[in-house]
Ligand binder design. Structure first.
Ligand code: UT7
Length: 332
């Protein structure tokens, strides 16, 4: 069996910065509340006719491919993780395939929300390990600011989410103990209703009604408290599961890159694992929660800051809607 290594990383965030103070103008919230409850100070929102989920993904992908040293034509599969695709169908992966001028390689969209990047990484890893593909482009990209309502009734979600994209190029390598050591994936669908966007789904004969435009039922719903309580348990559990599967301990991890859901969640995990600050990478302060894009954006920034050097053991972990969660251990 082959092994999978991360050959290149990249990210793109829209130029439009929206601060907590900006949000104060639209709803009953405050910089103090948002900072204290989430750690977020600002986020990026897409610019219409410039940024789309696919286009932001393409910008991140171009950077990842360039940094990998590969030629675009060496990529033989695309995986695109998002909960906010350009269209209801087809997926955004095919848009990337077309707009980046790839030949007719396969493109798979992953619908696993905050865990989407880790689910995508795991799928790519299986394809590469078995020899089916050699180089896979994995993108996480989100445009969330246009399905949030900037109002009092949606303030618990409006202040958290942001837009952006990250990408990695995954490449086949010999089995020398480097690369992706393991991925662990989980789901608990009985909590699907706790973080959900019901409409316009397919359960109703008339999928979009006039009432939905005003009564708030088109907006995503989140039981923030419940998500938080499950997240702190599952994050720790799935990180320890990864370590145990590899006969490693928390001390062996050089850098933890958690999905950027809430700074308090990251800090709680940090405390539970006994990590010093420099072992946990956080950038939610600048970007908010970018769902499937948060880990690859953070990975790319950590790499730019020189925190991801050859030989280092990196752990990524995520939890979110579904509920779904997962982890991966990567030896660089
Ligand atoms: O990416 C994975 C999925 N998402 C997550 O992991 C998010 C997990 N959950 C969270 O991060 C937190 O639950 C939130 C940040 C969403 C909310 O923080 P919280 O400490 O759980 O607050 P809460 O929902 O218990 O609300 C406390 C109070 C409420 O007021 P009352 O009922 O005590 O009067 C809310 O109405 O805060 C109020 N509130 C706000 N106040 C100012 C809710 N949102 C806001 C807001 N500004 N934006």
């Amino acid at each position: 069996m082959y092994q999978t290594r991360i050959a290149g990383v990249g990210h793109y965030v829209p130029e439009n910065i929206v601060t907590n103070h900006d949000l104060e103008q639209y709803m009953d919230t405050s910089d103090a509340w948002i900072t204290e409850r989430t750690g977020i100070k600002e986020r990026r929102f897409f610019t219409e006719n410039k940024d789309t989920t696919a286009r932001m993904g393409i910008k991140a992908a171009e950077q990842a491919i360039e940094r990998s040293g590969l030629h675009k034509n060496e990529i033989d599969f695309i995986i695109f993780a998002t909960l906010s695709p350009d269209y209801y169908f087809p997926g955004s992966g095919v848009i990337v395939q077309n707009e980046m001028g790839f030949p007719n390689i396969g493109a798979l969209d992953i619908r696993n929300q905050c865990s989407g990047f880790i689910y995508g990484l795991s799928v790519a890893d299986q394809f590469i390990k078995t020899g089916m593909y050699k180089n896979i482009l994995l993108i996480g990209s989100e445009t969330q600011s246009n399905f949030i309502e900037f109002s009092d009734r949606h303030r618990n979600m409006a202040v958290i989410f942001g837009d952006g994209a990250g990408a990695v190029v995954l490449s086949r390598c010999d089995n020398t103990g480097k690369g992706i050591l393991s991925t662990h994936l989980h789901a608990e669908g009985k909590y699907a209703q706790e973080l959900i966007n019901y409409h316009p789904g397919t359960r109703q004969k008339i999928r979009l009604t006039f009432d939905m435009l005003t009564d708030g039922s088109l907006l995503p719903y989140m039981n923030g408290n419940m998500v938080f309580k499950h997240a702190v348990v599952r994050f720790e559990e799935v990180i320890l599961e990864a370590l145990s599967a590899n006969h490693l301990s928390p001390d062996d991890i050089d850098l933890l890159i958690p999905h950027q859901a809430n700074l308090r969640i990251s800090q709680y995990i940090q405390k539970r694992l006994g990590f010093p600050d420099e072992k946990v990478f956080n950038n939610i302060q600048k970007y908010g929660n970018t769902t499937a894009a948060s880990i690859p954006i953070a990975f790319s920034e950590a790499w730019e800051q020189g925190l991801i050097q050859p030989g280092k053991l990196i752990c990524i972990a995520a939890f979110g809607s579904g509920f779904t969660w997962g982890s991966a251990l990567i030896r660089m």
